[in-house]
Design a protein around this ligand. Structure first.
Ligand code: ZN
Length: 346
């Protein structure tokens, strides 16, 4: 494991980053691959490209940018036996927020083998900085498949948690420092999140000695999400329902959406003892924030949970964004963290 030699308020990416145009379609959440001749090599090259870019930009905790998966959920499902990914069905997901073409669970699920080994090893081999790797969370996985076999949501959630645990332990074996589970479904089913959701996270993280994290946002900056957010009212208090249970859990870091959001900042104070990845970059807008705007959010968070518990991050992944915008926003994230650090020092 790499020693965590990071500054106060280190900067990290949340997860996905835009794919280069030679690898896949750009500005799409579900892009088609373009590099057909040697797709595996192209994925590895794109991962390496983003490791270098993140280092040059000054990102302290580096990720693979999810370059090797088509989508944050389906990249994992592709490696699971018992799922029919050919005969997809249309299903309303995220409590009916939008319709998606989803794979079906048709038999008991198991892993075919390693899922993300190749890109995790590229990431580890090409940076000496602390590394983070993302996996979809069990509740979100189950909310993105049609179950034609288990007939019992809790059983399916725990079955996915067990598979995730295998891959998470293997990622730790690859030398990954932080394994993060992405659970946007927590904000859709906050009550379920506080019970089954967190129980499943614990199962997925069982036996890990690396740092564990969970990312809980209000989704990518796509139109269906923008409409949903408008329906949530003036204050978004979903976090309030499950943060106390999350504070009692063994998960060490929590990634939350803060900037340009209707989430009352004070809710992060419920995350007693956790490191908080503070979303200080809006991924739903192409307008690039100023370092001062980023610093303001980080300093508010530092006031609530203590500066040593704050990690600077983006609200969500950046996969559907223009690459130049994503790069500019990451630069401002780094500048904003430095700005906050200076303010705290002086
Ligand atoms: Zn997200």
């Amino acid at each position: 494991m790499t020693p965590m030699t990071t500054p106060l308020i280190p900067a990290t990416v949340t997860g996905s980053l835009p794919k280069p145009g030679w690898l896949a379609q750009t500005q799409q959440l579900w892009p088609q691959w373009r590099a057909h001749d040697d797709l595996d090599q192209a994925k590895a090259d794109a991962t390496l490209l983003w490791v270098k870019l993140q280092e040059d930009i000054g990102i302290n905790i580096v990720g693979d940018g999810e370059q090797a998966r088509q989508h944050f959920v389906h990249g994992f499902l592709d490696g699971v036996e018992g799922i029919d990914t050919v005969n997809k069905v249309t299903m309303a997901i995220r409590n009916g927020r939008y319709e998606a073409l989803v794979p079906q669970v048709v038999a008991p699920i198991s892993l075919r083998g390693r899922i993300h080994g190749a890109e995790a090893q590229v990431l580890r081999a090409h940076t000496s900085r602390p590394t983070k790797f993302t996996l979809p969370g069990p509740l979100t996985l189950v909310d993105t498949v049609a179950d034609a076999h288990y007939g019992d949501r809790a059983a399916l959630v725990m079955a996915f948690a067990e598979l995730l645990n295998h891959e998470a332990l293997a990622l730790q074996g690859d030398g990954i420092d932080i394994v993060q589970f992405d659970e946007p479904a927590f904000n859709v089913y906050p009550e379920l999140a506080s019970t089954l959701g967190i129980q499943a996270l614990e199962r997925a993280a069982q036996g890990l000695t690396c740092t564990t994290a969970v990312h809980i946002c209000y989704g990518y900056g796509i139109e269906a999400n923008a409409r949903w957010k408008q329906s949530l009212g003036h204050e978004w208090r979903q976090y309030e329902e499950f943060f106390p249970a999350l504070a009692d859990s063994s998960i060490q870091q929590v990634s939350v959406e803060c900037i340009a959001s209707q989430v009352p900042m004070e809710l992060i104070a419920l995350l007693t003892g956790k490191a908080v990845m503070v979303g200080a970059i809006d991924v739903a807008s192409d307008r690039v924030e100023t370092p001062e705007e980023v610093a303001e959010v980080l300093l508010m968070a530092a006031d609530l949970v203590g500066a040593e518990q704050v990690i600077a991050s983006t609200n969500c992944g950046m996969a559907p964004m223009r690459r130049s915008v994503a790069e500019d926003k990451l630069r401002v994230l780094v500048a904003g963290a430095a700005h906050a650090r200076r303010a705290l020092a002086g």
